[in-house]
Design a protein around this ligand. Structure first.
Ligand SMILES: Cc1cc2nc3c(=O)[nH]c(=O)nc-3n(C[C@H](O)[C@H](O)[C@H](O)COP(=O)(O)OP(=O)(O)OC[C@H]3O[C@@H](n4cnc5c(N)ncnc54)[C@H](O)[C@@H]3O)c2cc1C
Length: 450
């Protein structure tokens, strides 16, 4: 199918928008990407701080990201993939327990045999609902979008499993709380992870995940610092896209538009959308987090890459990652970086605290919880980043919204949407949704041309 000579504007150069633009350009469209930030990548962003790599957003790719890993190969980055050698641990009464993503959870003394026995119910659910659990089609899980993770765990598992095995990864990776997460999401992610024949593995890229965004953007017409203010239907069909760039205004005419921003930005960009569609986008909520990156002289303990803190042990920190365990080359010899992430509820409760106070509080919490990882004695630098929209919440009801989207009730002719709130709350979901949005635009433009 070709759309040679047709013009498409993609709004947002996160990985969803970049993947959409790449697919559209490959089909022959003339594509312009408009990005309000001075860099591409959105929530995938690697920064160099005093010679150390710091991930401000996504930290890893998982082995079940089949489309992302294929794209990594297509982009010539296969040799840049680095396996993350030691995965995650959680904490109970000051002791670390290996938790995830391997099967050691079945042997762990973290919870008692009685509680572990309850895991068999979870395995039963995974088997029973297997046909609904498609990581590339979240909407299929809408029949089991009927209870929160907490309600499901309290009814069928145990409080200990909820608080020490399920909640730490949910909150440490997605910054969600189980009360506001659908059990459909839990089962989807568990199935994806457990279906890996060699067990789930994690990867990064040799220059950080920003390398993926940069490679996707390479050769594309990306206008950085171009903030779109409105998309207006044009009289003769197509759309007029109005943006601000470098203090001036610009308007681009397009046969089709892909809006690849977060859901919350959509109603403002398209003020003429009807109430039903506006409600669809307004309903998507995002978790929040604050990241504190601390550089050290000397290397931190190498026992684990990620520490996932149960809320029973602390209301503040959700997780911490040791960057040179992830990839020894991420910091110069004899240096290291630890990234601390504040939990979603703590970020909301402490949002008025200034950066210094927040950083002090986070470091004091780490010292109390896991003193071996305290970077302070040899601290080199610290930077604090606030993330107002971290991950879209896949709460009860969101899967039913996705089903409406899949039925075609939300998009308009030649206007498509992409992003992790549609495809899944990780890089794979964003990329798959971007490519799918491009395919829908290509099909509609090609059928009009025929
Ligand atoms: C702290 C954190 C840790 C994470 N860890 C992981 C991880 O380890 N692994 C993983 O797979 N995923 C992780 N994620 C999730 C992953 O980063 C996201 O799912 C993914 O990057 C979302 O991509 P996207 O393109 O949908 O959205 P975004 O990356 O948010 O892209 C949207 C883009 O639109 C732009 N934009 C918005 N409004 C406008 C406008 N008006 N005009 C022009 N441009 C606009 C934004 O600037 C942005 O660049 C993490 C996220 C966060 C925040």
């Amino acid at each position: 199918m070709t759309v040679q000579g047709r013009t498409v504007v993609v709004i947002g150069a996160g990985v969803a928008g970049l993947a959409a633009a790449r697919r559209l350009a490959a089909a022959g469209a003339t594509v312009t990407l408009l990005e309000r930030c001075p860099v591409v990548g959105g929530r995938v962003r690697t920064e160099l701080v005093e010679g150390c790599r710091v991930e401000l957003g996504a930290e890893f790719l998982a082995s079940f990201y089949s489309r992302t890993l294929a794209l990594v190969r297509e982009l010539g980055l296969a040799d840049e993939l680095r396996r993350i050698p030691r995965s995650a641990a959680t904490l109970r009464n000051g002791r670390l327990y290996a938790l995830w993503p391997n099967a050691t959870v079945a042997l762990t003394p973290l919870v008692s045999p009685r509680h572990k026995f309850a895991l068999s119910y979870l395995l039963g659910s995974l088997a029973r609902y297997a046909p609904l659990l498609d990581i590339h089609a979240f909407h299929k899980a809408s029949p089991i979008d009927d209870a929160s993770v907490t309600a499901y765990a309290r009814a069928h598992l145990s409080d200990d499993l909820l608080e020490y095995v399920i909640q730490p990864p949910l909150s440490g990776i997605f910054y969600w709380v189980p009360e506001r997460t659908s059990r459909a999401l839990l089962l989807l992610v568990l199935r994806a992870g457990l279906s890996q024949p060699a067990g789930m593995r994690l990867f990064t890229l040799s220059r950080g995940l920003g390398q993926l965004a940069a490679a996707l953007a390479s050769g594309q017409d990306v206008r950085l610092g171009a903030e779109v203010e409105a998309v207006v239907p044009a009289a003769g069909g197509g759309y007029s896209v109005h943006a601000r760039s470098g203090g001036g205004a610009m308007a681009l005419a397009a046969d089709a538009v892909v809006v690849a921003t977060t859901a919350s930005a959509v109603p403002q960009l398209l003020p003429w959308l009807d109430a039903d569609r506006r409600a669809f986008f307004n309903a998507v909520r995002y978790s929040t987090t604050t990241t504190l990156a601390v550089g050290t002289r000397g290397r931190l303990p190498r026992v684990t890459y990620g520490l996932l803190f149960p809320r029973r042990e602390t209301p503040f920190l959700a997780s911490a990652t040791v960057q040179t365990v992830k990839d020894p080359s991420s910091a110069p010899r004899g240096r290291d970086v630890i990234c601390l992430h504040l939990s979603g509820p703590a970020t909301a409760a402490l949002r008025d605290y200034d950066n210094d106070t927040l950083a002090r509080l986070m470091l004091a919490d780490l010292r109390r919880l896991a003193p071996r990882f305290d970077p302070l004695p040899q601290q080199l630098f610290q930077h604090l980043y606030r993330c107002g929209e971290a991950l879209p919440e896949f709460e009860v009801g969101h899967f039913r919204r996705l089903q409406r989207f899949a039925r075609g009730e939300i998009e308009l002719p030649h206007l498509a949407f992409a992003g992790d709130y549609l495809g899944g709350p990780f890089i794979e979901g964003a990329i798959v949704s971007g490519e799918a949005a491009a395919e829908r635009v290509i099909a509609r433009l090609a059928s009009k041309a025929a």
